[in-house]
Structures are given as structure tokens and as C-alpha cells.
Design a protein around this ligand. Structure first.
Ligand code: GLU
Length: 314
């Protein structure tokens, strides 16, 4: 079960990020398989090279190591998305040849405004949008506008069995594979990378559950075998919102800087995952002993004041 953790270097890793990383790591290590670290730095406006190093240091601080990654290489290098354009280009070519890619001149916002039904993260692109897109094409080209590339999907219901969350079904319609500014869409890059890096189990946060449906369509269109998926419920902060880098949620770097030991962070993470019923420091070796996927907490975990006190946050 080759596993992976794929952080976006857009900030330091917060407790929610490393909680998911820890599950991915323990899943792989318990199965005795390789663990891959892949850097997902396609968002060039928000990614920063210094965060790549920082994220690796944060994981290492907790005792999470990897067999393949940007610093150790491996058979499927490079392990950093900004150096993998050729692979994405190749995949896009396959999709274009299948006749399922089209140029879209409508922005995400325009699509959302037009969407007839509310639809989670992915705006529906149906007949009305198609007609409007055709109408706008000539005019937008004259204005020198470049289109985004979308993969055409006739609204389908995709079902899959998540290794943790169970049976899932999501409706999928057309989605972006390459943005109008030329940047690769997450959906395309993540599928190409997980497939080419021979990842067999994708462990990631529950916020990406819906994306899996679109990704499964791409696995099929590209002729790849899909991995199994394991989505971990999120960590909710003291204010009741999910942790996020943009919001400046509590990071491993911040804890480390005030002298919080890795064992204390691991102890908290294990407790929050229901792997241990006492809030006390734990070593990675102890955590490996305790790890049992079927014990993992099924709901989101809310961070309370006494957890922060345990962590030694002033
Ligand atoms: N790079 C994504 C993130 O940091 C994770 C993508 C994935 O695991 O599929 O949120």
C-alpha cells in the first residue's frame, strides 16, 4: 500500500495538516509500505520555497519520515509538482485526443452565477453555459482572452467506497484541467502524480472528499488504475471553524519555537484521533503500537481550551 502525503507549501503546517499527515504515515508504516512526500506547489501565487523546507522540518520534528521525496529522490522523481509539467502536458494530450476537453471562456464566478442548482465546490456546467460559451468565444478571442480548459462530463453520479467514510456519491459535471492563466488544475495534477507514483492508498482531509469523484473520472479517462481513498475528518479550532493556513491556525513551527516537544504534539494528535484515551505525551514508537485504523474518530474533533493548555500554548 504505497502511501503519500502531499502538502501545498503555502504556509506552515497547522495541527489539522499534521493530523492528516500522521494518519497517512501510520497507515503506510503499519502496512509495511513506502511513504512518499510530494510537494504540491502549483499555486504559484501562494506557494513559497521556504515553506517547502519548513514543512519538511515540521514533519521530521514529529518523527514522520519518507522513503521518496524532493530531498531523497526515488524512482518516480521529481517529487515536486512545479517540475512535473511534462507529465501533465502528456496527460492533457490524451484527454484532448479523446475529444473531451473544451475551451471555456466563462470564469468560475460566471459559472457559479449561472448554475441552476447549488452544488458544493464544483459549479455545474450545463447546456445554457455551453451555448453562452459558444457565443462568447469569438469575442473573447478578439479581446485576447485565453480560455481555461475543461474536461467535459455529462452530469453523472459517481459513487465510491471511502476506506474510512464508507459509501459516497457525488454528482460531477465539467471541471477545469488547466486554468486560463496556464496553471494546471489540482484535479489533473493530483491524479497524474498519484498514478505515476504508483500510490495505492490516498489518505487526505475530508475537505477533498468531493474532489475524489471528479478524480475518479480522470483515472478512467487516462487509463489509470485508481487507488483506494481514505478521508480523515477535520480538526475544528476553538472558534468552531476548521483550521486553515490562511487564517493562521496553530502551526508546528509556532509550537516548536516556544519549546513544545514533539511527544506532546503527538500525544494530542493521538488523543484527538481516538487512538489514545488519555491526553499525555507519546513517542512515535508508542503511537505506532497504538495505531488501529478502526479506532479512528469518525467525526471532526474540536479543539478546546484545555487541549491548548496541554500543548503549552500561552
Ligand atoms: N495539496 C493538498 C493540500 O495540501 C492535498 C491534496 C491531496 O492530498 O490530494 O491540501
Amino acid at each position: 500500500m504505497r502511501g503519500r502525503y502531499a502538502p501545498s507549501p503555502t504556509g506552515y503546517l497547522h495541527l489539522g495538516n499534521v493530523r492528516t499527515a500522521l494518519v497517512a504515515y501510520l497507515q503506510a508504516r503499519q502496512a509495511g509500505s513506502s511513504f512518499v512526500l510530494r510537494i504540491e506547489d502549483l499555486d504559484s501565487a501562494r506557494s513559497r520555497p521556504d515553506y517547502i523546507r519548513a514543512n519538511m522540518t515540521e514533519l521530521q520534528y514529529l518523527g514522520i519520515d519518507w522513503d521518496e521525496g524532493p530531498d531523497v529522490k526515488g524512482p518516480y522523481k521529481p517529487y515536486i509538482q512545479s517540475e512535473r509539467h511534462d507529465f501533465y502536458e502528456e496527460a492533457l494530450k490524451t484527454l484532448v485526443e479523446s475529444g473531451q476537453v473544451f475551451e471555456c471562456f466563462l470564469s468560475r464566478k460566471e459559472l457559479r452565477d449561472l448554475a441552476s442548482a447549488p452544488h458544493g465546490q464544483m459549479p455545474i456546467y450545463g447546456q445554457a453555459e455551453r451555448a453562452l460559451n459558444e457565443k462568447l468565444k469569438a469575442q473573447k478571442k478578439l479581446e485576447g482572452k485565453t480560455p481555461s480548459l475543461r474536461f467535459r462530463v455529462e452530469q453523472v453520479l459517481v459513487s465510491f467506497n471511502d476506506g474510512f467514510m464508507g459509501e459516497q456519491s457525488f454528482e460531477v459535471s465539467d471541471f477545469i484541467v488547466r486554468r486560463a492563466d496556464g496553471e494546471w488544475a489540482y484535479q489533473l495534477a493530483v491524479v497524474v502524480d498519484d498514478a505515476l507514483m504508483k500510490i495505492e492508498e490516498v489518505v487526505r482531509g475530508e475537505d477533498l472528499l468531493e474532489s475524489t469523484a471528479a478524480q475518479l473520472i480522470l483515472y478512467k479517462a487516462l487509463g489509470y488504475k485508481a487507488p483506494t481513498f481514505f478521508h480523515v475528518p477535520l480538526l475544528i479550532d476553538e472558534t468552531g471553524e476548521r483550521m486553515s493556513k490562511r487564517k493562521g491556525s496553530l502551526t508546528v513551527t509556532a509550537l516548536r519555537e516556544v519549546g513544545v516537544k514533539a511527544e506532546r504534539i503527538l500525544g494530542f494528535l493521538a488523543y484527538s484521533l481516538d487512538l489514545h484515551d488519555k491526553l499525555e505525551p507519546l513517542s512515535m514508537a508508542e503511537l505506532k503500537e497504538l495505531y488501529q485504523a478502526d479506532k479512528l474518530k469518525k467525526e471532526a474533533f474540536k479543539l478546546e481550551k484545555h487541549h491548548l493548555e496541554f500543548l503549552g500554548v500561552p
